[in-house]
Design a protein around this ligand. Sequence first.
Ligand code: ADP
Ligand code: MG
Length: 234
Amino acid sequence: MDARKLIAEARKQGRAALDEAAGKQLLAVYGIAVPKSVVVPGAADVEAVFKQLTAPVVIKVMSPDILHKSDAGGVSVGIGSAAAASTAIQEMMARPAIGAARIDGFLIEEMARGGQEVVIGGVHDPNFGPLVMVGLGGIFVEVLADVTFRICPIERRDAEDMLDELKGAAVLKGVRGRKPVSREAIVNALLRIGGEGGLLMDLAADIQEADINPLIVSESGAVAVDARFLLTKK
Ligand code: ADP
Ligand code: MG
């Protein structure tokens, strides 16, 4: 799939943002690993999915009306069978916030193995053009606002500096018996998003905001398990 086609398709549908499946296709175009996934319309359609994906899987509601899927009860992790998947979707649809929303379908994707959660973001600044952001996931971003920004395009050296600037940088090296995570994988992802020829530079006219939250980083690599791209107004 071509990046511009993904954006054109979303615009044709009158969307302000790419849905999660399209967002992940866009990341894959730029060389960022995403979980293997399938989109289903509803609970009756899960049987075949377990022949295509390796359990356990995660199920997520896809809706232009739901920004924070977990808050709406729209994320179910560790699903091991078609029966459990079907039940999880039925339970989601029974939740008020989801029942009231426009539903594009349900994204079923393989679980990424455990690791440090990192956030990579982007925003199109009216004066400076694309900016790229990185932070550590969870409380580091939400409570401590431990994030750092650069004007694009960044080089490898900038990406390294960004990671060093984080107050929580030590957690990447492994604390309390946890193994260090791949710094190289984070740097590469930052370059693919914010570097020369990266996603934000390439698609500057179309991407207003990017939010990869989280990128799950292990000892050997990184997988983007959530992606949201807000389109510029045209
Ligand atoms: P939200 O819209 O609430 O941000 P996410 O897609 O980020 O929804 O999912 C919520 C959380 O579930 C993530 O922060 C991550 O911890 C976990 N998660 C989501 N997808 C996966 C996955 N494929 N593998 C492992 N964990 C996942
Ligand atoms: Mg998220």
